[in-house]
Design a protein around this ligand. Structure first.
Ligand SMILES: *[C@@H]1O[C@H](CO)[C@@H](O)[C@H](O)[C@H]1NC(C)=O
Ligand SMILES: *[C@@H]1O[C@H](CO)[C@@H](O)[C@H](O)[C@H]1NC(C)=O
Ligand SMILES: *[C@@H]1O[C@H](CO)[C@@H](O)[C@H](O)[C@H]1NC(C)=O
Length: 342
């Protein structure tokens, strides 16, 4: 009861300060509500999605597929539950925005492949089989914000029934993943999908992860190869096996994160891909080159392990951002992450 009241109050506060779906709302003061990180500050310009384009409302899978497919700027509002008959292939200059509390994508996920400037906010995407909830391949400037991703984390279902929640590959770049609620899922967010793709990926895959709420997850929160990820102010609860993994010369800057509950390893740069991540390839796990990690503002590891085998040179992010004080990360992320907040 108290929790519900607190939630409602907090929502009131957020609504009072944030204009719905504008993406440039004033902030809570202690964290940025609008776009922040690599999708904003990068050499090719801030992510704007469909800003300035026509606005359309869709409530069927067919209409959604149609609305996203060209490269015209367009703001697409999604109402209610939408079953996608196939994966939505998103063209450039698109905003896909859920309306209210209950915009929900089912059956097939969303792909941004070889296109640019896409915003995806306020959508629940769950139980997507045979593909990722969101797959970004060779895409630049993408903002994934205030969504919810869910499937099932259990030994019966295993790690491979569902694929990733937000997987980012093929030299994708300048991406922010913020305020998402990612839960009950084995392999959450993979960055760089193959250690043989060094020539394609190296020097790309700049991704900011901030104020995400991970809960009851298995691995990859995130797991990166060949890129740079700035991981700050995320809340991890019962992230069972391994949360942040940096391998194959990847670099992470990790700061102001909070780990709670049952988590074996919060951060590792040891190249071994643990058996729980890919139990089918080899029971011993796969060996890759180690990655790098730097620690910025203090993290609260909550008793989880940290294995930094080598420090990198990613000491600070090259943009401005609001760092939430460590003691406020848990309440703020719990109240602010997920759908129905913007
Ligand atoms: C839409 O996207 C394409 C491809 O990324 C780009 O060249 C074009 O300038 C964009 N159009 C507008 C109006 O922003
Ligand atoms: C990315 O997409 C562009 C344009 O569609 C293409 O020319 C390029 O080869 C692609 N790069 C990769 C790594 O797939
Ligand atoms: C930490 O990394 C070292 C390699 O530097 C490895 O030998 C050790 O097993 C790792 N620890 C864990 C818990 O994975």
């Amino acid at each position: 009861m108290r929790l519900i009241i607190t939630l409602l109050l907090a929502k009131g506060i957020f609504l009072a300060t944030a204009s719905p779906l504008s993406g440039v709302a004033p902030t809570f003061g202690l964290a940025s509500w609008g776009l922040e990180g690599y999708a904003k500050d990068n050499p090719i310009g801030p992510t704007t999605g469909g800003e300035g384009g026509e606005e359309v409302y869709v409530s069927t899978g067919k209409d959604l597929l149609e609305a996203v497919k060209d490269d015209e700027p367009r703001v697409i509002y999604v109402r209610g539950t939408v079953e996608l008959p196939e994966r939505a292939k998103v063209g450039s200059n698109k905003s896909i925005l859920g309306v209210g509390w209950d915009a929900h994508i089912k059956k097939n996920g969303i792909t941004v492949d070889g296109t640019n400037n896409v915003v995806i906010r306020n959508l629940k995407i769950s139980y997507i089989e045979g593909g990722d909830c969101i797959a970004l391949n060779n895409a630049t400037r993408v903002w994934i914000d205030h969504n919810e991703f869910e499937s099932e984390l259990s030994l019966e279902v295993g790690p491979d029934t569902y694929d990733g929640q937000v997987d980012i590959s093929r030299a994708a770049d300048w991406i922010t993943v913020s305020w998402n609620y990612l839960h009950d899922h084995w392999k959450s967010s993979l960055v760089g999908n193959d250690d043989k793709l060094r020539d394609v990926d190296f020097g790309h895959l700049h991704i900011t992860y901030h104020h995400n709420h991970w809960r009851r997850s298995g691995t990859r929160g995130p797991a990166g190869r060949f890129g740079h990820q700035h991981v700050y102010n995320n809340l991890y609860e019962d992230f069972l096996y391994q949360a942040i993994h940096s391998r194959s010369d990847n670099q992470v800057l990790v700061e102001g994160n909070v780990f709670r509950g049952d988590t074996r390893e919060a951060l590792s740069t040891y190249g071994l891909v643990i058996p729980e991540d890919s139990p089918n390839t080899c029971t011993c796990g796969d060996e890759e080159l180690d990655g790098f990690a730097n620690l910025g503002a203090r993290n609260d590891w909550g008793g989880a392990g940290v294995n930094i085998t080598q420090e990198g040179d990613f000491y600070e992010a090259e943009y401005k951002y609001k760092l939430t004080p460590l003691w406020l990360v848990k309440p703020i992320v719990r109240l602010g992450a997920g759908v129905g907040r913007i």
